[in-house]
Design a protein around this ligand. Structure first.
Ligand code: ZN
Length: 145
């Protein structure tokens, strides 16, 4: 399948598992361009990524998926430090709160759990020795086909 900006969302972010919105250059375009005078969309050099991970990585020189995933796990932990420190609330505690407050806390707990899951995903990706090409075969859409 040819990957375009229109079907990139069929893939999951290589680093955090969210829906992909962009292609991350494992070898950043800026370096690639300087050395080869060309920028490619080759699946051996780009991987699917969400916009946040793509932005965090920008043009950093980290030529392996392992290094990049490790970096993402660290950056997500730092960026969401406050959110990640929110304690769990019991059902009994939540019941003593007004509807508005309960709704706010529940929403933050959902966000916290999503960020935790993204960090776990990045950490597990960092443990695998995968190449950019492998990242295109990792998504649920491929398994479903
Ligand atoms: Zn991501």
């Amino acid at each position: 399948m040819k990957v375009t900006t229109r079907n990139i969302d069929l893939f999951d972010c290589t680093y955090c598992g969210l829906m992909a919105e962009a292609r991350d250059h494992v070898i950043p375009v800026s370096y690639e361009y300087a050395s080869r005078k060309c920028a490619t969309w080759d699946s051996t050099e780009v991987v699917p990524a969400c916009s946040e991970c793509n932005g965090l990585l920008s043009s950093r020189w980290m030529p392996t998926i392992r290094e990049r995933a490790e970096f993402i796990a660290g950056r997500l932990k730092a960026r969401y430090k406050k959110l990640l420190s929110i304690p769990d609330w019991s059902e009994a505690e939540l019941k003593t709160m007004g509807r508005f407050l309960r709704k706010g806390i529940t929403a933050n707990l959902k966000k916290r759990d999503l960020v935790s899951a993204r960090i776990e995903y990045a950490e597990s990706t960092a443990l695998m020795n995968i190449s950019p090409e492998d990242c295109w075969d990792r998504t649920p859409s491929t398994y479903a086909a």
